[in-house]
Design a protein around this ligand. Structure first.
Ligand code: ATP
Ligand code: MG
Length: 366
């Protein structure tokens, strides 16, 4: 049968803090959807972050990167913790993540900000503004002002000291992130908003010019443009007007954090980092939460939803992805909550039990 050929190699990076707990739950869910949908996953678990520093003296061992590159997708939990906070720069866990992104060549970061109707009270917004919010921010990850040359410190003609960075994008860099934006919008409701500052910045004028050019390849997607200051305001005033946002590195950094905070549920948000070809990297938005690590308190839903993103954007397994999303919603509907999202009248559960409830929902007849 066709399904027999659906077999994927997945590199699993549990990392630090709550990482191993939420990963174990997410892998159970993944195996379960795999056996139901006729997809086989071959998991290889590797070290990254603080765990790798302790075991191998580096936050990204060569064999970890090799395994990641050799797989169909990489599932990461979280890295970092108090223990390594004062390490010298090359021995910080975050270096492992940066090395991973660079090594995999992932240049697009996808971050959904979804207000789940069951958790609408957690949102920082009024109910009528929050209800139904589902925005996807597509952020350029490897170019722009964070990397542009020249950068550094200097002295101006008055002898005053200066610091400077350069916002620079090539046509190739803009075209490829624009295409990810259009492709993403196409998988959703077909609406794409490109965010720039074209009224002030030449780099943004060029960005807009390229996005308009690439739009010709996607006549089915409705494109709009917005200045970043207005977008920051509109995200709070009326976030429902957005479906997919595509923007540069710095604007995306800021807007994706703003958008995720609107939901009020950090333990619920997944992310994807993808490149031209080769495996994507899928991980929760939240960190390693060392304050609750090892206590079976962590919310595994962001990790489980990262599995759904891996299936949808990494492997093209849309049906399996949507079944996982539906199982998460059904679990919330049935009132199960971890400590971070619990409210009156709901059933407080730990990390493991939350996972078991999602598996039960997956097995329920549809
Ligand atoms: P980063 O490592 O990205 O810098 P951070 O240190 O800013 O992240 P987190 O590690 O995400 O932040 O933790 C912030 C707070 O949110 C902590 O109190 C943590 O316990 C809580 N938190 C984060 N993720 C979860 C989760 N999955 N379940 C429950 N609580 C969480
Ligand atoms: Mg942290």
């Amino acid at each position: 049968t066709a399904s027999a050929s659906r077999s994927y190699k997945i590199t699993v990076l549990p990392g630090d803090g709550i990482g191993p707990e939420i990963m174990s739950v997410a892998l159970d869910v993944m195996r379960s959807i795999g056996s139901q949908e006729g997809i086989s996953f071959h998991f290889t678990t590797k070290l990254v972050g603080g765990a790798a520093i302790d075991a191998a003296g580096t936050p990204l061992p060569e064999e970890t990167l090799v395994a990641c590159k050799d797989s169909d997708a990489v599932l990461l939990a979280a890295i970092g913790g108090y223990k390594w906070d004062n390490n010298e720069p090359h021995l910080r866990p975050e270096r492992g993540l940066l090395g991973l992104r660079a090594g995999l060549g992932v240049f697009a970061n996808l971050r959904p900000a979804t207000v789940f109707s069951q958790l609408v009270e957690s949102s920082t917004l009024k109910r009528e503004v929050a209800e139904g919010v589902d925005v996807m921010v597509v952020r350029e990850l490897t170019g722009g002002i964070y990397f542009g040359e020249p950068k550094g410190f200097g002295t101006n003609k008055n002898g005053d000291r200066t610091g400077f960075n350069t916002e620079v994008y090539s046509a190739t860099e803009i075209d490829r992130i624009a295409r990810v934006g259009f492709e993403t919008a196409r998988k959703r409701t077909g609406k794409l908003c490109s965010v720039d500052k074209a009224n002030v910045l030449e780099a943004s004028q060029f960005w807009r010019e390229r996005v308009i050019e690439i739009a010709k390849e996607y006549p089915d997607v409705e494109l709009s443009h917005m200045y970043v200051d207005n977008a920051a305001m509109q995200l709070i005033r009326n976030p429902k007007q957005f479906d997919t946002i595509v923007t540069n590195n710095i604007f995306g950094d800021i807007l994706s954090d703003e958008a995720s905070m609107l939901t009020g549920s950090i333990g619920m948000l997944p992310s994807a980092s993808i490149g031209q070809s080769g495996p994507g990297l899928f991980e929760p938005v939240h960190g390693s939460a060392p304050d609750i690590a090892g206590q079976n308190k962590a919310n595994p839903l962001a990790q489980i939803l990262s599995v759904a993103m891996l299936l949808k954007y990494g492997l093209g397994e849309k049906k399996a992805a949507e079944r996982i999303e539906a199982a998460v919603l059904a679990t919330l509907d049935r009132g199960f909550r971890t400590g971070d999202i619990v409210s009156e009248g709901k059933t407080l559960v730990g990390c493991k039990q939350m996972g078991e409830e999602v598996m039960r929902a997956l097995q329920a007849p549809v």
